[in-house]
Design a protein around this ligand. Sequence first.
Ligand code: IMP
Length: 433
Amino acid sequence: MGETLLLVGLQWGDEGKGKIIDTLAERFEVVIRFQGGANAGHTVQIGDEKFVLHLVPTGILHPDALCIIGNGVVVDPQALVEEIGALRKRGVKVAENLAVSDRAHVVLPHHKVLDRVADSSRGKDRLGTTGQGIGPCYADKAARCGIRFAELMDPGLFRERLEALLGTYNRILQAVYDTEPLDCDAVYTEYQAYAKELRPFVRDTVPLVHEALAGGKNILLEGAQGSLLDLDFGTYPFVTSSEVIGGAAPGSGIPPARIDRVVGLAKCYCTRVGAGPFPTEQDNEVGRTIRQTIQEHGGREYGATTGRQRRCGWLDGVALRYAARLGGVSAVAVSVLDVLSAFERIKVCTAYRVDGQVLRTFPANARVLQKAEPIYEELEGWQCDISGATGWGDLPAQARDYVRFMEELAGARVEFVSVGPERKQVIERKPDD
Ligand code: IMP
């Protein structure tokens, strides 16, 4: 009997999923992306080579894994064609080992234009989206006027649907946003060229997934973004437009009851790109030290998709507990522990103070979270280089205590600790560690 494992980020994304997925992918025969789109950027460092994957599952770096872009993903065909080309150029096999669901929605040019103009028209309340057309594409999906890969592959039907869509959206672009309309012929021709390139990959992935289940294959469900960006449970409206936490089953075709285990991934501090509440943010020397230390250790606190500087802060234990509970995580992977080596004392937020009241749960109202003052506990730092640690016992006692504190907050055992950007810099904790 194979195992189906779901990996989900427990913060605002950028928890280092690319690296952990890559470590785990070796054990999985099938790797599936199930939500989000090219807003994601999963970074994997192999020796001197760095790969940033936006749409293609990280499993592609393991040539024997079957990688599926599930129906829950919104796929920008231009980005996918470019990504496949770039991977092939670097010698990565992308052939029958990649499948794109014919039920996945297609990101169209009006989605990208709308994403940018609608977000900038929000002024000071803008969300700071990645501009990849994610929200508008999911909006069309929910409004039942989106176009799926099955239709993209059918030129007559695609033309019909595109004309209807642009008929509406061109009027909105002009009248509401004072923006140039899109030329239907040009979009049609451009997208049929992508369709030709992507045709070999597009298929009904439901039988593929169910054959894998029936064949006892190990399946990895690769989450993108993070739980605090979840459309329902995140810091709404400063969220992405997909179900980060519960999207695995509907976004892949795996029955919910067939997900065996959930591993939550958390950085040992917090980062966020884009706007929205972030109670433990350290827009000061602490934040600068985090950013500088990670750079010295070969990483970067800059968005992998947009290149924007990430906001940095202490670990938010209230948010971690909330996300771990919602995900039902049975294990946690902690990343970038090496970065905290820079600090003599480390703070962790364990509650908020809002209008004089202590709050231990994560509020729904973004304004409440915006004014929440973190209540911190302080832990002792270890202030030594841990990037060479290969076993749990190699970590200084203070670092182990910090990780244990994280697992208390998450209510699940920490099974992986990453101590640097390289593939091999992951400590796998043994059962008796
Ligand atoms: P969107 O997903 O492009 O609509 O952006 C909505 C919010 O989610 C913005 O704050 C983005 O910065 C954030 N976001 C989207 N994808 C990622 C990601 O992969 N990592 C981190 N933040 C993300």
